[in-house]
Design a protein around this ligand. Structure first.
Ligand SMILES: [Zn+2]
Length: 325
């Protein structure tokens, strides 16, 4: 069981279908769950997917079209029902504050124990940091109304190199001391942790919903491990995509390729495609590492590749706060 995975709750753009719920994507990252764009029916989809609302720590809303937010009241009331007392940050475009307020108080329920913290986002950049080491940042996309894409990222860390340690005769508690202090004096030599470790890129996920073709989407997804990207239309409907500022599957492939993403997950499908095989094929023509999100399925955040171009160095002990594989 992957500790870092995407649980797909719904994939329908605009209107749900018999096979696709409104949007809803739960990113599970070790002990922290981040819910993106809870569309209508998200609470029940979570039940079907076998995940509980009580681990949700952050909710990110890209924009306030109904297919991306109508499930928020249900999820919040479920948190109250489950007696969740930890804070839950809700990130959303600042101009959508009135809509957030309505959804927050959409009906009568007992929410005196609930600690919901609205985080209206005004501009690009880091928004919150979740202890111990996750950062969520925002990037404005090209859609109407105001829309932000999200990026979840752990910091880079360092990977200890056993060969180098052995060469220098550093072992046992001395390794721990070197990691802790960053330096170690041994045989009248000073060893820096950089001498015996290599950089290790942190894992990351980007979430690009409802946007026309724009550089911001590519920037947001730069070198990301997992890219969840809207793919409303097939190429045959490209004119519609341009008109309504959405992406085709090929556009999503372009974003993934240009960003250097590891894995692309297509999502947010128009109801005109009961079968999205064609969309996967169109994206794969540009970027082969692609799958289509399907309701209630899970997609693991790709593992770091050992010794690869992107992440050199043998396995060892991370010296940063990052964890996972
Ligand atoms: Zn939408």
């Amino acid at each position: 069981v992957s500790a870092r995975e995407l649980v797909v709750l719904g994939t329908a753009s605009q209107a749900p279908t018999r096979y696709r719920n409104h949007n809803g994507y739960l990113l599970r990252w070790d002990g922290t769950d981040i819910l993106f764009d809870p569309g209508e029916g998200t609470q029940r989809q979570m039940l079907w997917a076998g995940v509980t609302a009580s681990r949700i720590r952050v909710i990110c809303i890209t924009h306030f079209h109904g297919d991306h937010c109508l499930g928020l009241p249900g999820v919040l009331q479920r948190l109250a029902l489950d007696g969740v007392t930890h804070p839950v940050d809700v990130l959303f475009p600042a101009s959508g504050l009135p809509f957030f307020e309505r959804l927050r108080h959409a009906s009568v329920f007992r929410d005196d124990g609930l600690d919901i913290r609205p985080v209206p986002v005004h501009s690009d950049g880091p928004v919150i940091r979740i202890e111990p080491s996750l950062t969520i940042s925002a990037r404005r996309l090209d859609h109407e109304p105001e829309t932000f894409g999200w990026r979840v990222e752990e910091p880079s860390s360092r990977r200890m190199l056993p060969d180098r340690l052995a060469e220098l005769g550093i072992e046992g508690p001395a390794v721990g001391q070197l990691i802790r202090d960053g330096i170690l004096d041994i045989d009248s030599r000073r060893i820096s942790v950089d001498d015996v470790s290599s950089p290790r890129r942190g894992q990351s996920t980007a979430f690009v919903m409802d946007t026309g073709v724009c550089q911001a989407a590519t920037d947001l997804a730069g070198d990301v491990y997992l890219l969840v990207c809207e793919s409303t239309f097939a190429s045959s409907e490209q004119a519609l995509a341009r008109r309504w500022r959405h992406l085709t599957a090929a556009d999503a492939g372009n974003v993934a390729r240009d960003a250097g993403a590891r894995l692309l997950v297509l999502a947010h499908f128009s109801q005109r495609y009961p079968d999205v095989t064609r969309l996967v094929e169109e994206a794969a023509a540009v970027f082969p590492s692609v799958v289509a999100a399907a309701d209630l399925e899970r997609v693991a955040v790709p593992a770091r590749q050992k010794g690869s171009e992107r992440d050199r160095g043998p396995d060892g002990i991370g010296t940063g706060t990052a964890s996972g594989t």
